[in-house]
Design a binder for this molecule. Structure first.
Ligand code: C2E
Ligand code: MG
Ligand code: MG
Ligand code: MG
Length: 288
């Protein structure tokens, strides 16, 4: 392009970032820093067998305190930021490694042996290297594959079910357990569900919290339990907060529960104490 003497220089107008985008960017760099300086935490929420009342598993949940306010930022928020920025890959790797390392430590300390469940983002599932990454982590930490469970949401696997089926078979061949998380919120075709080599379904918390107020939530919850059992899968109810919900799930023969009624996610030390205490859940007898 010809330059004309005296012509007006081309001006670039840079709109100021709006406050939202700015705080998002600030969070993103703080999150990157947190990953580099090992400031993320993992907390563990127990899963309880409804027949024995015993803790039979733990879900690892990422926790991050803002470096300045020291308040915990909701995982939904920082996981979304990490997915949008690509940080989900180092973050996911850190979570996997940390959860496996922690579970191995508990085993070495002589605590009851339980699987640890790790949430996997759709972006991680799409990565061809995921199975290798998982087997490397298992080898490095010395954890047996059966002591690791991978949680994928229903939306993640149904986004592209053909590819997900292939990916899930590769993961399954490692020997890890597979769970479908937040079940009931997406649209699963039964035909696909049948082709996913999964071990358990986790009924989404929204159905459990509406059990008492919404008859259709109760219908969906009991249908999912029956369906899972017909397919030979175990079923976990998420977000159990009260006795009424517990009674309902017990009557419906749900296998496991997870929720504040028994315990929220705990820092590793507190979770170890819970395991050591062998505290159990008792389902009080209903009067009616
Ligand atoms: P999720 O995998 O479905 O995890 C269950 C969420 O329900 C957790 O929220 C847990 O604290 C919460 N919860 C459990 N019991 C109750 C209850 O009785 N009442 C209520 N109100 N809530 C309960 P949290 O820890 O805030 O995590 C939210 C979501 O963030 C998780 O949902 C998961 O999708 C995602 N997430 C958390 N950690 C990770 C991670 O390490 N990697 C990935 N990819 N996602 C993660
Ligand atoms: Mg989960
Ligand atoms: Mg869930
Ligand atoms: Mg969820």
């Amino acid at each position: 392009q010809a330059e004309h003497e005296g012509s007006t220089p081309l001006m670039f107008y840079t709109p100021a970032l709006n406050a939202d985008a700015q705080s998002r960017l600030a969070l993103e760099s703080a999150l990157r820093m947190a990953l580099e300086t090992n400031r993320l935490e993992l907390h563990y929420q127990p899963r309880i067998d409804l027949r024995t009342g015993r803790v039979i598993g733990a879900e690892a949940l990422a926790r991050w305190r803002h470096p300045e306010t020291l308040e915990y930022i909701p995982p939904e928020r920082f996981i979304r930021i990490s997915e949008e920025s690509g940080l989900i890959h180092p973050l996911g790797q850190w979570v996997l490694n940390e959860a496996c390392k922690q579970n191995r430590r508990w085993q070495e300390a002589g605590l009851p042996r339980i699987p640890v469940a790790v949430n996997i983002s759709p972006l991680q599932l799409q990565q061809r290297g995921l199975p290798d990454q998982i087997s490397e982590v298992l080898a490095r930490t010395g954890l047996e594959a059966e002591d690791l469970e991978i949680e994928l949401t229903e939306t993640t696997v149904m986004e592209s079910p053909e590819e997900a089926a292939v990916a899930l078979h590769l993961l399954k061949s490692l020997g890890v357990r597979l769970a479908i998380d937040d079940f009931g919120t997406g649209y699963s075709s039964l035909a696909y569900l049948n082709r996913f080599p999964v071990d358990l379904l986790k009924i989404d918390r929204s159905f459990i919290s509406n059990l008492e107020s919404d008859p259709s939530a109760a219908t969906i919850a009991s249908s999912v339990i029956a369906l899972a059992h017909r397919m030979g899968l175990r079923v976990v109810a998420e977000g159990v907060e009260n006795l009424a919900q517990l009674h309902f799930l017990h009557r419906q023969d749900c296998d496991e529960i997870q929720g504040y009624y028994f315990s929220p996610a705990l820092p590793p030390q507190a979770f170890a104490e819970l395991l050591r205490s062998a505290r159990t859940l008792t389902v009080p007898v209903t009067s009616g």
